[in-house]
Ligand binder design. Structure first.
Ligand SMILES: Cc1ncc(COP(=O)(O)O)c(C=O)c1O
Length: 424
């Protein structure tokens, strides 16, 4: 029954009940963490074979170069092909680089800030430059553009992607709006997938700024865990078809396929952007770590190898996400104090409390020994105007720890919501 419909007497009874539960949690001296969106030890072990995929006896010649030496600025051909197949695009559109897609995003932004693009004024000279941030979203995206002096403009996120009416309106007449962050598949943190219609509307945008760019971070392109993966349309070819060939930069990496921090990352974009990026990046590096690329090629062979690996990740992640849902459904479904996204892939669930403050809730859980992502982290400047969103990240913890952490979250949410209702 909804808490808002309970009598004062029942509210008080339930409040005492939750207070008692919290006291029990407190006595357990918990030290748990559900804030880290990274693979578990068990997932990392899936890729241990990668470490043997190049050794002193391996043939290190590839594409007519010795991977042990300098060269090959945009990566090995088969690595590019694997990324192209992951993103449903052509290998001609790919730059296969180093170990982090965030670094590539940073470098792309850097280039646009310093040099500008297609003859437009460098973004660094645009005083009131703005970047659109669908919310809730990925804190590191927001922090990167904040760091580079952009004003961050929140945009509402619907269940099928960002609110396109809002985006179209915001970019229509304002030349200082230079870009938008997107995670189109299993978005961080809502886990939603952009609909075909949303992807198409992105490709048809008519921004006032000729140098407006979509930052399409497809970090979770293969990360379905329910066995029902659905491809989203290829934004690069759609943009091209709609006369916007240079409007999109797409990013991805093997961070959550092999080893975070020791994988391979890629940029996919149209030929002009790619040429421009290579012209810029050649001042920063003579070439990427080709040995690591070769390791990935030898280990996976092709996209089928990657897909087989993702099935193994899926089996591990599915159980953990189900553990979260089992508890949320049994504890909170009927209370009317919270809702959450029902995701089929990626690394996160977006949990919204409506009965109490998210900040207070995360604080109370921390006092009880369980760390969640700080409330507000999913919003520009760390400010969630409704103080309701909390990102749940179940991948790293064990199933038992997930159960305990989410049970505590539910008890604490009930306790704070009941307290608020009783104080009304
Ligand atoms: C949406 C998104 N993009 C990028 C990253 C980091 O990617 P990389 O390790 O390739 O820098 C993450 C990590 O959580 C992420 O969630």
């Amino acid at each position: 029954m909804k808490y808002s419909e309970l009598s004062k007497e029942d509210l008080l009874k339930e409040f005492k009940n939750q207070e008692h539960k919290l006291a029990e949690f407190k006595a357990e001296n918990l030290k748990l963490d559900l804030s880290r969106g990274k693979p578990s030890e068990e997932q990392l072990k899936l890729s241990l074979g990668l470490l043997d995929a190049v050794n002193s006896k391996s043939n290190t010649k590839y594409d007519n170069i010795n991977c042990l030496n300098y060269g090959g600025l945009d990566g090995l051909s088969q690595m590019k092909q694997i990324f192209a197949d992951m993103l449903n695009t052509s290998a001609d559109n790919i730059f296969a680089g180093g170990n982090s897609s965030l670094t590539i995003m940073f470098m792309v932004l850097n280039n646009l800030l310093i040099n500008g693009t297609h003859g437009c004024k460098p973004w660094g000279e645009v005083k009131d430059r703005k970047f659109l941030c669908p919310v809730p979203g990925y804190d590191r995206h927001f922090q990167m553009t904040e760091h580079f002096g952009f004003k961050l403009i929140p945009v509402k996120m619907n269940s099928d992607g960002p609110d396109m009416d809002e985006i179209e309106e915001l970019i229509k007449n304002d030349e200082s709006v230079k870009g938008v962050w997107c995670v189109p598949k299993y978005q961080n943190p809502t886990g939603i997938i952009f609909s075909d219609e949303v992807v198409e509307r992105f490709s048809k945008l008519k921004p006032k700024a000729k140098d407006f760019r979509i930052f399409w971070d497809n970090a979770y392109c293969l990360h379905n865990f329910n066995g029902n993966d659905k491809d989203i349309p290829d934004i690069i070819s759609l943009c091209k078809e709609n006369g916007n060939e240079d409007m999109v930069y797409e990013f991805c990496s093997t961070s959550k396929i092999t080893f975070p921090g020791a994988g391979v990352a890629a940029l996919a974009t149209g030929k002009n952007n790619l040429q421009e990026f290579k012209t810029y990046i050649k001042y920063a590096t003579i070439g990427p770590d080709k040995i690591n690329q070769l390791r990935h090629i030898n280990y996976f062979k092709d996209i089928n190898g990657v897909r087989a690996q993702m099935k193994k990740h899926a089996a591990i992640l599915k159980e953990k996400f189900n553990a979260v849902y089992d508890i949320l459904n049994s504890e909170l479904k009927d209370c009317g104090i919270a809702d959450w996204t029902d995701v089929e892939g990626g690394y996160f669930i977006s949990f919204n409390v409506t009965g109490c403050s998210a900040k207070e809730l995360v604080g109370l859980c921390k006092d009880m020994g369980v760390v969640f992502t700080p409330a507000g982290a999913t919003y520009p400047y760390g400010i969630d105007p409704t103080d309701s969103n909390i990102r749940l990240a179940p991948s790293f913890a064990t199933k038992e720890d997930i159960k305990t952490s989410v049970s505590l979250l539910c008890a604490a949410a009930k306790y704070l919501s009941l307290k608020k209702l009783l104080n009304k």
